[in-house]
Design a protein. Structure first.
Length: 220
């Protein structure tokens, strides 16, 4: 199954039914992969709490070539995520609907509607964010992984989201203790999904990060 069929829904008590991508009602398009506040808290409580390991040795290519076709559907990961997260998307002719050339993003981080147009000067307006940044993962367990597992992590649809490019740059490699989406309505879904990723890959959290996640869940 390609990434287009793998969008996760996060239903949070007090926030209603949330699409994990946009924080709005998913209209029935999501899968059955759901989580509530209680489940998010349970998963968070089970995560190890440690300090950051040194960033020494981190390089992007330690997580494989950017946007590999790990699911072997013929499309690279970036275009799979664009296909999943944009609406009204159009594709480059002759690419078997693999190369997205335009579409509309309802940005989950800001709430803005962004018209995406593929091009040298425009593609960066919509970027693919790793909810758990690769550098952050490196400092919280991924140093010990095999190259295969790091490649899987870097291309896992659960950890990927099409978002506003400038906000993605602002976030950089921050964790929840130092950056949260400016759109408060999305923070519950954002943190719950970060917890899902950390639980799936057995990554640890810092004490400050755990406290920040707890505060967000308290508001849901």
């Amino acid at each position: 199954m390609g990434l287009a069929g793998l969008s996760a829904v996060v239903a949070l008590t007090g926030c209603g039914g949330l699409d994990a991508r946009t924080g709005v009602d998913d209209g029935g398009k999501g899968t059955s992969a759901t989580a509530d506040v209680g489940e998010a808290r349970d998963k968070l409580a089970k995560l190890a709490v440690k300090g950051r390991a040194p960033r020494t040795g981190f390089e992007r290519d330690k997580f494989g070539s950017p946007w590999a076709d790990v699911d072997r559907n013929g499309c690279d990961t970036r275009n799979d995520v664009l296909k999943r997260d944009l609406r009204d998307e159009k594709f480059k002719a002759g690419t078997h609907d693999c190369v997205v050339v335009s579409g509309v993003l309802q940005d989950p981080y800001s709430g803005k509607t962004i018209a995406f147009q593929r091009g040298q000067d425009t593609s960066s307006q919509v970027q693919i964010d790793h909810l758990i940044p690769l550098s952050d993962a490196w400092q919280k367990g991924a140093q010990q992984w095999t190259a295969t597992k790091r490649k899987e992590f870097a291309n896992d649809p659960l950890n990927l989201l099409a978002v506003d490019g400038p906000l993605n740059g602002q976030k950089s490699d921050s964790d929840a203790a130092t950056w949260l989406p400016p759109r408060r309505a999305y923070r519950c879904a954002y943190v719950a999904r970060q917890i899902d990723v950390k639980a799936k890959y057995d990554l640890w959290v810092t004490a400050a990060e755990k406290d920040a996640m707890d505060r967000v869940l308290d508001s849901c």
